[in-house]
Write a protein of this length. Structure first.
Length: 563
């Protein structure tokens, strides 16, 4: 057989290149060079774009036309499923689920409007669809979501970008039908409870294997003094020492990855284990693009946070109360996690020079009433010169109120605080003798109290997958997709008004299943609670930002000078 001219040229070039390479490798003076070259070539890590990192969240969109799809066996006859991914890019995948019967799909889509607000109802129909599914991943990264993309015709697509290399196990359940995953029509509290079906969709957990050239990210041990690092691989895990501090007003985004093996083997933190099953220390939250560097971190210099006087006021629901109790526990320097948060309408505590006070107002009624606003909120903040205000009101509103009520109540709360302490004009901000608490980095002393220096809004926490009689009896409509939508709406609204935001939903959703070991609602005793405390301390500005490797005396002196 005679090869065409392009093929003959290709073979000739290949022979010449191979001959030149052999001459180079066999030359006695090039032995060490050739060995190093081959070792580098054979062991070089793949391109950065291929291997995921928890420090980088934003990546190119998934190109579905490049994916290979595999049909998955389902155990619900009404639905079919497939898993799609690029063989050379296993750090992303698509799970697609659809109804196999067109008539059943038409009946599902014909369900009554899920909202009395026409625009929202139309949005739900176009973007959410009548069915909701739960998707979780375990292994190299923990994900728990119901936020799929509706493709129409009862087809749902989960596009998942993984942020850590390693094996992941994918599972899925049918959660809701007939728009019950986002139903708030009429008076929500009078509607039947949207039953969480929690029916397994897939016959087995699906293993998506790691790329052979990508290394898993392993966070540092919680207590860095408990290990000694020696030189190892020429390609170390990601180094986060150069990242900026997570201290801005925007929510901190990130990923839950497995704890360091040393922490799993011999934890420096005392974790509870109700029923013999430990809730926490499975996955640790790793911020993306920044690093928590404040002295309130575990095994840092906690005393530096409580050296100066601050007054912290929390108003809202039990999630806000548990955050306050977690802050007190952390700043007390205890080697354990907070175990409980006693219910109380009023709750206070002190650590060093930090005073805490919690006021129960789960619907934000203290801000909605002019009389209560002045007597219970404004007067208290003036009397105690509250430095940090934390508000958490979304979860209870979701039980029986539509989205419009949440958005209006959020605006009412921020307007109320502005009525207590009217914002200063830009001219007043620039005037040397203008009143008010200066910026945290300013050295001038305040001449008059003008309101909390830091105002923090918490989005609602994610709901646990509860199917108990109590939830059914209360007609709770705290579904995953509703609270996800509410959180996404609250963040820009609060940020536009100058408030800091802790996206409690994003920090808790991946660990929602862990709450079933306790009450299915709260996240105390879980790794998510640790992340919430870290995030709050980073935004409150009461702790100096410094490396934990700095000794306590230097850290305290640095904070004294900055203050």
């Amino acid at each position: 057989m005679i090869l065409p001219r392009p093929s003959r040229l290709f073979l000739l070039n290949a022979v010449l290149l191979t001959t030149a390479l052999l001459v180079f490798l066999l030359h006695p003076r090039s032995g060490h060079v050739s060995r190093d070259l081959l070792r580098s070539w054979l062991t070089s890590p793949p391109q950065q774009a291929l291997c995921p990192s928890p420090h980088v969240l934003d990546r190119d969109p998934i190109e579905h036309e490049r994916q290979l799809c595999h049909t998955l066996p389902t155990i619900i006859d009404d639905f079919k499923a497939e898993l799609c991914y690029e063989p050379e890019l296993p750090s992303a995948f698509t799970l697609r689920v659809w109804r196999g019967d067109a008539a059943a799909c038409e009946a599902a889509e014909a369900s009554p409007d899920p909202s009395e607000e026409p625009s929202l109802s139309d949005w739900i129909r176009r973007n959410r669809g009548p069915d909701s599914f739960i998707l979780t991943t375990d292994g190299a990264e923990r994900i728990d979501t119901q936020w799929s993309t509706y493709e129409g015709n009862c087809s749902y697509r989960f596009d998942v970008q993984l942020h850590n290399a390693g094996d992941v196990y994918i599972r899925s359940w049918l959660a809701y039908e007939r728009y019950e995953g986002f139903n708030e029509a009429n008076a929500t509290g009078s509607l039947p409870w949207p039953e969480l079906q929690l029916r397994p969709l897939l016959a087995h957990a699906v293993l998506l294997p790691a790329h052979s050239l990508c290394r898993s990210y392993i966070p540092s041990p919680l207590n860095a003094s408990h290990h000694l690092a020696i030189p190892g691989s020429p390609y170390p895990v990601d180094d986060d020492s150069a990242l900026p501090a997570c201290s801005g007003q925007d929510p901190t985004r990130g990923t839950y990855v497995p704890h360091h093996p040393l922490d799993l083997l011999d934890s420096p933190i005392q974790w509870p284990a109700p029923g013999g099953r430990r809730i926490g220390e499975r996955y640790r939250f790793v911020p993306a693009g920044c690093k928590w560097k404040h002295a309130g971190m575990r095994f840092a210099n906690i005393e530096a946070c409580t050296a100066k006087r601050h007054h912290i006021l929390s108003i809202g629901d039990s999630h806000g109360r548990q955050l306050q109790d977690g802050l007190i526990h952390r700043l007390s320097g205890l080697p354990s996690v907070a175990l409980e948060s006693g219910k109380a309408d009023f709750k206070n505590g002190s650590v060093g020079n930090i005073d805490f006070f919690f006021r129960w107002a789960p619907f934000g009624h203290l801000f909605a009433s002019a009389d209560l606003l002045e007597s219970d909120v404004c007067a208290y903040m003036r009397k105690h010169q509250v430095d940090v205000l934390i508000v958490s009101v979304g979860y209870h509103l979701a039980v029986g109120h539509p989205t419009a009520v949440l958005l209006e109540r959020t605006r009412v709360i921020m307007d109320a605080v502005d009525r207590c302490f009217p914002p200063r004009s830009p001219l007043e901000e620039r005037t040397p003798d203008g009143h008010g608490i200066p910026h945290a980095h300013s050295h001038q002393k305040p001449s008059a109290y003008t309101g909390p220096r830091v105002r923090i809004m918490l989005t609602p926490a994610a709901p646990g997958p509860l199917t108990t009689d109590r939830v059914r009896r209360d007609n709770r409509h705290t579904t995953h997709n509703r609270l996800r939508y509410w959180s996404d709406a609250m963040v820009p609204l609060a940020r536009w008004r100058g408030w800091s935001v802790i996206d409690q939903f994003a920090l808790t959703a991946p660990l929602a299943w862990e709450t079933l070991v306790s009450d299915g609602i709260h996240f105390m005793m879980t790794d998510a609670h640790e992340a919430l405390v870290d995030e709050a301390l980073g935004k409150m500005g009461i702790c100096p930002e410094a490396s934990t490797s700095v000794n306590a005396r230097d850290l305290h002196e640095e904070y004294e000078q900055a203050s």
